[in-house]
Design a protein around this ligand. Structure first.
Ligand code: FMN
Length: 500
């Protein structure tokens, strides 16, 4: 499976694979484009390029990540199912030389990665996948400065009828921590305010938002680079909650097995992916806010208006004939949920490596891909499921948005809700196996919480109980056919004419 060099390379690849269609009829970026993209995403249909967009000379690319297959291709993998272990195995094989002793111990304990530890040591440096800086790049082919700056030249989309305005829905927002210089890339939507201003909708606790609040406390402007349209592996990494020392540029390099080409921005020291389609450079000034929203969210409800930071654009560069990339949100299942599923699969492989008690995990669409987590454990000791629930409650960043957790035994398929509900019905005792947390911070956008962003969390232990967990009776045997008889039956299945 080949790595993609940039967005255009991926578009060519998808066209050859019959995964991309071109619409030549004039379409409106206000509602009409999203009506098409939303329907395509729900049907796991192709990516689409709208070549004739009302009010703009640029083509719009939509539904790029709207299929499990395309999301896997975007990081050079054939598939993420049944899980992404294969891909992560390659990643771990590639990141060697300098292995943290704690990581080595964790990997050594893991059933999957133990054989890799030696290999990791033999390989070259982990750092070989760091970004590679170049002097000239296509992303700077065309420059707009001063009065030329007007983001109305781009076909910003309005997705849903009650949305507050048009939005940039697939931006990669690049910032540095003003204290320690740590880099971050995050996807945070940006609502149109003026020809050179947008809202910056990074929620509290997101890394970009942390950087901005720090800069504000220091009384400083925060330099920001926003990229629209780039290497699809970086596009995907931007929506993952990565933490230093592995930032999104390095993670993209790890996924690809080679460093991403970057060029220094013109107004700051921030790196810009060399093959980016559109680059907006500017600052966020301290103390300035604007009202953002409403916006039709990934859980299917509008989020109400809120005050956000304001991004002031000071320079725009683009490739010649740039492509404008938009993404859709809305009721599950849509484009953002395919991306989340990939995050789940990729992080599952890492979680396996770090915590050998977990055998699988899932964030089903019924929880909008974020609010319900199902964990399968290899249960060996009493109250292990409770420990797991309490561990997740302590987790930081995006994990703090998980409202409900169900823990099952490892013979339950976490991706099959009917299997999970069967375990719940058979093994959960209402008076002993439900954990309810204190009221905690949760997702500000969660439509069911009141007051906003605050709520208790539910943990359900749906594992089989042990004696020490007050299960004092003899466990009834499970109903399973005799193995020898079953084999005999299957051997005769066809010849008995049962294979209809
Ligand atoms: C299409 C799309 C739009 C998103 N919009 C937002 C947003 O407006 N605000 C936000 O905080 N997170 C948004 N996210 C989720 C963040 O990108 C995700 O939480 C990411 O991990 C943030 O990076 P960070 O953890 O480095 O802060 C969006 C994700 C996608 C895929």
């Amino acid at each position: 499976m080949q790595n993609m060099k940039d967005l255009r390379d991926f578009i060519d690849f998808l066209e050859k694979k019959n995964h991309l269609v071109r619409v030549t009829r004039e379409v409106d970026p206000v509602l009409e484009i999203n009506a098409i993209v939303d329907k395509l995403a729900r049907e796991e249909g192709p990516a689409v390029i709208f070549e004739n967009v009302k009010g703009s000379d640029l083509p719009v690319l939509g539904n790029l990540f709207g299929s499990h297959q395309r999301v896997a291709w975007s990081v050079g993998a054939e598939s993420f199912f049944p899980n992404a272990c294969h891909k992560m195995k390659e990643v771990v094989e590639g990141m060697s030389g300098e292995v943290d002793p704690a990581l080595e111990e964790a990997l050594g304990k893991s059933f999957m990665y133990a054989p890799l530890v030696e290999k990791i040591k033999q390989f070259g440096s982990f750092l070989k996948n760091r970004p590679v800086e170049v002097d000239q790049a296509p992303c700077k082919e065309v420059v707009y400065e001063g009065d030329q700056i007007d983001i109305n030249m781009f076909p910003l989309t309005k997705l849903w009828p009650e949305d507050g305005d048009r939005f940039i829905t697939m931006p990669l927002v690049i910032t540095r921590d003003p204290e320690n210089g740590e880099l971050n890339v995050g996807t945070y939507r940006m609502m149109y305010l003026d020809k050179n201003k947008t809202c910056m909708h990074w929620l509290p606790k997101k890394h970009g938002s942390n950087h901005c609040f720090k800069a504000e406390e220091m009384g400083q402007e925060l330099p920001v680079v926003v990229v629209v349209g780039c290497d699809p592996a970086l596009g995907l990494s931007g929506c993952y909650s990565l933490r230093p020392p592995v930032d999104e540029f390095l993670y993209t390099g790890l996924l690809k097995g080679e460093g991403l080409e970057v060029i220094k921005a013109d107004l700051s020291d921030l790196p810009v992916p060399a093959g980016a389609e559109i680059v907006l450079e500017g600052v966020i000034k301290p103390g300035i806010r604007a009202t953002e929203g409403p916006f039709g969210e990934f859980h299917g409800y509008y989020s109400p208006p809120k005050e956000t930071h304001v991004f002031e654009i000071q320079r725009i560069t683009t490739r010649k004939d740039p492509i404008y990339h938009m993404a859709t949100t809305g009721k599950p299942y849509t484009e953002i949920h395919y991306m989340s599923k990939a995050a789940e699969r990729l992080s599952t492989a890492l979680v396996y490596a770090m915590n050998s008690e977990i055998s699988d995990m899932a964030f089903p669409k019924e929880g909008a891909g974020l609010y319900l987590m199902i964990i399968a454990i290899k249960k060996k000791r009493p109250f292990q499921a409770r420990e797991m629930i309490e561990k997740v409650w302590k987790a930081r960043d995006q994990a703090s948005y998980i409202s409900n957790i169900i823990v099952v035994d490892d013979d339950v398929d976490v991706h099959d809700l009917s299997d999970v509900m069967t375990a719940f019905s058979m093994h959960t005792r209402a008076d002993q196996d439900l954990l309810i947390s204190d009221r905690m911070d949760q997702d500000l956008e969660h439509p069911g919480l009141s007051p906003r962003g605050k709520g208790a969390r539910l943990g359900i232990d749906a594992t089989r109980k042990l004696k020490e967990e007050n299960y004092t009776r003899e466990r009834p045997a499970e109903v399973v056919m005799d193995e020898k008889i079953m084999k005999q039956v299957l051997d005769h299945w066809k010849s008995d004419g049962l294979d209809v």
